[in-house]
Design a protein around this ligand. Structure first.
Ligand code: RB5
Length: 159
């Protein structure tokens, strides 16, 4: 694996540091894109940095951490070529690799204990994509991105 890009907002910062130590201990190259403290920041900024780095091929995978992992996954999936999944259990992480070929993992620091988060990460890193019929399906996901690419922001109040 070339490198793993990691990023977090203030809520995810402590778990991101734990993830970083774990990755480095396994001999992986880590690109830490911040944040570097618990001072309040906006998670989409870090999702864009990590997802952009993976999409550009400068990292093989990305790991994002926020309070729940949900905002990070939503933001990362806006980047072409990114398939991000928020996982709070090991089996979802495994299947996200086997079936969805996820290249970004989003973790929730406020919802997932560090030990479980590292188990999720380990399985996610070690599981291969199954290919086969799943190739067609992820190509269809890319097709949705091309067909519905639109800049508008839809707020609940605007409907
Ligand atoms: C920050 O308070 C929180 O909204 C963020 O970390 C994340 O949970 C968003 O999805």
């Amino acid at each position: 694996m070339t490198a793993v890009a990691i990023g977090a907002d203030h809520a995810g910062f402590p778990l991101k540091e734990t993830v970083k130590v774990w990755l480095l201990a396994r001999g992986l190259r880590v690109l830490d894109m911040g944040t570097h403290s618990t001072e309040s920041v906006d998670y989409p900024d870090y999702a864009a940095l990590v997802a952009g780095t993976v999409a550009a091929g400068d990292a093989a995978r990305g790991v994002l951490v926020c309070g729940t992992g949900i905002g990070m996954a939503i933001a990362a999936n806006k980047v072409g070529g990114i398939r991000a999944a928020q996982c709070s259990d090991v089996e979802s992480a495994r299947v996200s690799r086997q079936h969805n070929d996820t290249n970004v993992l989003a973790l929730g620091a406020r919802t997932t204990a560090p030990e479980l988060a590292l188990s999720i990460l380990e399985v996610w890193l070690e599981t291969a994509f199954d290919g086969g019929r799943h190739v067609r399906r992820i190509e269809k996901i890319a097709g949705i991105g091309r067909r519905f690419e639109a800049p508008e922001v839809i707020h609940a109040e605007a409907r």
